[in-house]
Ligand binder design. Sequence first.
Ligand code: ADP
Length: 569
Amino acid sequence: MDLRRKLPTRPPSSSSTKSAVDRSTSPVPKASDALPLPLYLTNGIFFTLFFSVAYYLLHRWRDKIRSSTPLHVVTLSELAAIVSLIASFIYLLGFFGIDFVQSFIATSPRGDDCDEVDDSFDTVAEQSKDFINMKDPNYIINTKDPNYSYLLSEDDEQIVNEVVRGSVPSYSLESKLGDCFRAASVRRRALERATGRSLVGLPLDGFDYEAILGQCCEMPVGYVQLPVGIAGPLLLNGCEYMVPMATTEGCLVASANRGCKAIFSSGGATVILLKDGMTRAPVVRFATSERASQLKFFLEDAVNFDTLSVVFNKSSRFARLQNIRCSIAGKNLYIRFTCSTGDAMGMNMVSKGVQNVLDFLQNDFPDMDVIGISGNFCSDKKPAAVNWIEGRGKSVVCEAVVTEDVVKKVLKTTVPALVELNMLKNLTGSAVAGALGGFNAHAANIVSAVFIATGQDPAQNIESSHCITMMEAVNNGKDLHVSVTMPSIEVGTVGGGTQLASQSACLNLLGAKGSNRESPGSNARLLATVVAGSVLAGELSLMSAIAAGQLVKSHMKYNRSNRDIASTV
Ligand code: ADP
């Protein structure tokens, strides 16, 4: 039996305009709706069966007492009567039990005085009515309708009730059902029912839920769609790249594309990878600062490095310890391990290596109290000077000389205007603002769009967007030298979201998909250079728009939804 059915639903507008009176009259779907016979008939049959066999058995019981026959000696007809009694009892108990619980659930979140309840919940109820309509051969299922939804089998509706009741934990659905799509469908319906809110518009179908199990997302109920735009070709070190950017910010891709054109027309950009090492810094505590210092000296002594490397590198064939830096706060020691991680972004890998070293150190420092595997000196997903100064992940510098002609024709501004704006905005302005790594116009815009398209951890956008943009007039003041220096781009091409179909396709477009077998790590390094090159293009274009006074005009044209404006004014 096909457990998943997709049905067209009414447009949300019609349901969202329903009045509270309409709502109170809308039938709430019940498990009993799916019975093959009319409800009164099924109930009648089981009631009759229950009372007639009960009467028969009591009669037989009385006869046996009179004739002194032992009660446990039963004839075939008595056995059949007992089985029928039990069966009808189970049916009646199950039926009324479920309906009682359902009536309870249906009334509690949707009481008349509950103004917060989303009217579109009615759409869900109506979809369930449509389930019955499917028996009509003229019923047309339009799966292309963006408002179509899903319907569940009787068994799954039963599980939905158990999830809403709390007797089946939502997180256990994947293991209980052994089917990730089914689990997501049941969880979603339970969520809609428990909250009284519709999820119409959040797609469910068309996603591989097996692929995210145990590694990308827990308790899924659907997926969010994002458009992917393409900027390019980006000419970097003589190679052309078409850059995928996932964003909902109008102008962004167009702007990066214009920057790519300016770079291309000027002969391309040069990109250099300066460093490649992921970090993790646990915090450990001692009874005295003296003991903490002893461990610091031990860890930073070059004599011990080889031994510590052997212990650390056991975590993975790709993990190679590069250095250990320590910082003390009283009797607490923060130990920053840096290691190469191949094509992985590397957080898991470096954490495993750190755990190995901590276990090893307990032999010589049994009084060391490990407070946490991460003590924030790493520093992951937070703005921190340590990443800005020391680097984290990939440290990259990218430069280009954009000719006077291109600045004029493609970027519609002048070299002196760009140089002045860069000085006063990206350098002085950011200094005035007390920026940490934010000496740029909008590096984070480009970084997050490329990160999302290629399956990176979007939270690492924070340190990955640290960037200083420099602009200088060269060749007797005619041309523009522009560069971006980014010390902490954290990217990988294996692990995490990179293996999912859409993200993997975007990596493939860049020629950086998965693990590089000939030279492990070069795919991730390539991705980091493409990120820096794209940031260079983005900086050039936005700075030019600001210098030429075009920013507000272009955003009014491309970054404002007329539909929204029309509906709100
Ligand atoms: P992260 O450390 O970025 O969180 P994962 O631990 O999820 O990444 O993924 C890294 C896994 O991929 C490791 O098990 C590693 O052995 C494997 N792997 C396969 N090929 C490579 C490669 N070229 N570089 C790094 N890791 C690789």
